[in-house]
Write a protein that binds this ligand. Structure first.
Ligand code: PMP
Length: 396
């Protein structure tokens, strides 16, 4: 019997990738040779405006964050070489968790090495095979993967559709086991928000616990930057919050937070927390400093929203269709098909603007998108240049 080549199943991916590269640059492997600022990089020999980085607060070059990272490197070394439940908890991790709990006005917070792991850990720690997770169909892959790891029964409801969830909850009334409803603050690909009040209204009727992944909305929306619950005035109704340090915080890592009295027990129940090394001292110290800055400088959020509105209205005035009708820092321009998306992405890039090329399976409903994300660090000139380049090369 001959060997079954395990990589054979990926030949389709290889062919698709070759088709993408044949049309120009490798949009899925752009290498920033040098970073000039949060909004500019050298790619090849050219300076590119970055309009797809999730660097919402533009904080990656803040001298205070850099100094905090350098100090931690010098004082704590390059790595922790262990998991949080073994040798990998340093004073920095605890300080970050305390600071975050204070920022969120929640009692408990657990820091993870990445946002992806926060979703794997939290979902698999909260739900087990006896439970049911109800998740929005447009949920991020890390949420889907967390659900798979949990072994819980999965029920998907239509994106942002509380009445569809209502029906599905009613259908499984009487089943034993816990029920967890999972939403996102700002949805990563389209940029729309979950209508939280509609979902909270169902809590009284159906008795479930509610989790919000605020990856793209933590530090970004709400009067105090605490995310979707803060914006909707419904924080008390959100049982569990998840977030990441890789976007508004400009570092790497993730967190889960809650007021639940048993929350810290999850530390001894979540495999993606227990069986991986903790975040490095430099990145934890950077996150901690960034968090303090975000709390002290709300004008950054104001600036982000001004920039977002400028790009959103500018692109729509060109007749381009955006994924969401509401201004948000994620602005996704819809394209007709994969072929034209690749061609337009290359034209944007050749003209000096980087956006994310978002194609299936990374997008909901097999959409093809030129996904922009706005930063508080973009100047109005940069936003206007991005709009001008879209006008020149994207508008048909
Ligand atoms: N949740 C959502 C909604 C995301 O969009 C992402 C990343 N884009 C994550 C979680 C994972 O975060 P990280 O990249 O920090 O691991």
């Amino acid at each position: 019997m001959s060997v079954v080549d395990l990589l054979d199943k990926h030949r389709g991916i290889a062919e698709r990738f070759e088709r993408i590269v044949a049309l120009g640059e490798n949009a899925l492997g752009v290498t920033n040779e040098r970073m000039i600022s949060p909004t500019r990089a050298i790619v090849g020999n050219r300076e590119i405006i970055l309009a797809g980085t999730n660097n919402y607060m533009g904080i990656t070059f803040d001298p205070r964050c850099i100094a905090a990272g350098q100090k931690a490197l010098a004082e704590f070394g390059t790595g922790t070489t262990g998991s949080r439940i073994a040798n990998g908890t340093f004073a920095l991790h605890t300080a970050l968790e305390n600071e975050l709990a204070k920022f969120l006005k929640l009692k408990h917070c657990i820091a993870f090495t990445t946002g992806y792991q926060a979703n794997l850990g939290m979902l698999s720690g909260l739900a087990g095979p006896q439970d049911t997770i109800y998740l929005d169909a447009d949920s991020h892959s890390s949420i889907y993967d967390g659900c798979t790891l949990s072994g819980a029964k999965l029920v998907r409801f239509r994106h942002n559709d509380a009445s569809d969830l209502d029906k599905r909850l009613a259908r499984s009334e009487g089943e034993t086991g816990g029920r967890l409803v999972v939403l996102e603050g700002i949805y990563s690909m389209i940029g729309d928000r979950a209508p939280l009040a509609d979902f909270v209204a169902l809590k009284k009727k159906h008795n479930f616990q509610l989790l919000v992944d605020d990856a793209h909305s933590f530090g970004v929306i709400g009067p105090d930057g605490r995310g979707l619950g803060n914006e909707a005035g419904l924080e008390d109704e959100v049982d569990f919050v998840i977030g990441t340090f890789s976007k508004s915080v400009g570092a790497i890592g993730g967190f889960g937070a809650s007021n639940h009295p048993l929350f810290n027990t999850l530390r001894y129940a979540m495999r993606p927390y227990m069986f991986t090394a903790s975040a490095s001292p430099a990145s934890v110290a950077t996150s901690l400093e960034a968090l303090r800055i975000l709390a002290a400088e709300p004008e950054r959020r104001q600036r982000l929203m001004e920039n977002s509105a400028r790009l959103f209205h500018g692109l729509r005035a060109l007749g381009l269709e955006t994924g969401s009708d509401v201004v948000s820092p994620v602005i996704a321009v819809k394209c007709a098909d994969e072929q034209s998306t690749i061609a337009k992405w290359n034209a944007l890039f050749a003209a000096g603007v980087y956006v994310n090329m978002a194609i299936p399976p990374g997008t909901p409903n097999r959409l093809c998108l030129l996904r922009c994300s706005v930063s508080a660090a973009h100047s109005f000139d940069e936003i206007d240049k991005i709009i001008a380049v879209f006008k020149a090369v994207v508008v048909d």
